[in-house]
Ligand binder design. Structure first.
Ligand code: FMN
Length: 359
């Protein structure tokens, strides 16, 4: 048992201190503040989460976010159980966690064939804010391994997997999913899964309201959040295409039924965005410095050949900040190693590039 349910966000002063006062607020965002959420007795304040993103949310990226603060909890990239079991968690760039990060949720993708008991024991030793089960990833290679959206689809296997998890792990367990497969008749099977999650003592569910057949281009269906939240006692975290505080302020009917928000790609574009959501004082952003800081952090955690793909992936999102960001994007595509990525990025970022949306 956790002797101190009011877990501090971290020892990082840039993160908001735990605040249970607005736990029961009817509005997700009120009076310049986001609600807090209690997960299994742990207060996460504010209820703002970093989405798990393979290729992005590794330890170096999470360290960069902790420099800015404003979030309630971060999430790792999805971890494969077998890779995680072989990892040295003190060194791994994926599961390693620094104190400055505050609360970290470890996301796992499993099919049920893995050694669930050993995996959860090792994860629990990381003192996670929660362990999250990936039930939404539609990528063919993940579904071929019977995890992500494929596990969500297979009700009986999902039930067995949750049963095995609950037999060995009593801690905070969350799930992240999409709406399902069938845009015409998804509600019934979604309800079956909600009941299963409730019966399995899941503590909250994050919904990315797209179907498993949809890529990220089609708009997320924010209009479904209120129906989903009305069907369960579980807190529902909303995710998908949320890019600014204005999105939330302009759409209270969509967002007020939610217990919190999860932000993904916009955080890769603007690693300081949680500050804006949390109402922290604005900072002058020096784009080249932020890029270079992540480069340094990544180079501390990964050898150059592995930092290469990660810095390219991050830069493809970061380029969205600039009017001519496609030039930055094109520049890094030609790079043959991480040093050339840095050269191309610095050339562009130090040329005082025009910001997107600024005339
Ligand atoms: C590069 C990338 C990697 C992702 N990896 C994961 C993952 O590991 N686990 C997961 O549940 N979702 C993953 N997602 C989905 C995101 O968590 C999120 O649901 C999706 O991007 C929609 O949110 P957004 O519009 O705020 O980005 C990934 C998305 C992207 C763009």
């Amino acid at each position: 048992m956790d002797p101190s349910p009011r877990l501090s966000s971290s020892n990082n002063p840039k993160l908001s201190p735990p605040d249970a006062d607005n736990l029961d607020s009817a509005r997700l965002y009120d009076g310049g503040k986001f609600k807090s959420i209690s997960l299994n007795g742990k207060i996460i304040a504010p209820a703002l989460f970093l989405a798990p993103m393979a290729g992005i949310t590794n330890s170096a990226f999470r360290r960069l976010l902790s420099d800015f603060g404003g979030y309630g909890a971060l999430t790792t990239e999805m971890l494969s159980a077998s890779a995680f079991l072989n990892e040295d968690t003190a060194k791994s760039a994926f599961s390693k966690r620094r104190d400055c990060e505050g609360l970290v949720i470890y996301q796992l993708r499993i099919s049920g064939k893995e050694d669930i008991e050993a995996t959860f024991a090792k994860l629990e030793a990381q003192n996670p804010a929660a362990i999250d089960l990936n039930l939404g990833c539609p990528a063919p290679e993940i579904q071929h391994q019977a995890s992500g959206a494929a596990l969500f689809r297979d009700f009986e296997r999902l039930k067995q997997v949750l049963k095995r998890i609950r037999a060995c792990y009593k801690g905070t367990l969350t799930v992240k999913c999409r709406l399902g497969d069938d845009p015409e008749r998804w509600r019934e099977s979604f309800l079956d899964r909600l009941r299963l999650f409730e019966d399995s003592d899941i503590h909250c569910i994050t919904v990315h309201p797209r179907f498993s057949t949809e890529k990220l281009k089609r708009r997320a269906r924010w209009q479904e959040f209120s129906w989903i939240a009305s069907q369960t006692m579980l807190p529902v975290i909303g995710n998908g295409d949320i890019r600014s505080l204005r999105d939330v302020q302009d759409n209270p009917d969509y967002f007020d039924p939610l217990a919190g928000l999860m932000l993904g790609r916009i955080v890769a574009q603007k690693p300081w965005i949680f500050r804006e959501f949390a109402g922290h004082s604005p900072q002058k952003i020096q784009y080249s410095e932020v890029w270079d800081r992540l480069y340094r952090y990544t180079s501390e955690d990964l050898p150059p050949e592995r930092a290469f793909g990660r810095m390219k992936e991050f830069t493809s999102y970061f380029s969205g900040n600039f009017f001519f960001g496609h030039e930055l994007y094109k520049g890094i595509q030609k790079a043959r190693n991480v040093f050339e990525v840095r050269d191309a990025a610095m050339r562009f970022l130090e040329s005082n590039p025009q910001l997107a949306g600024v005339q």
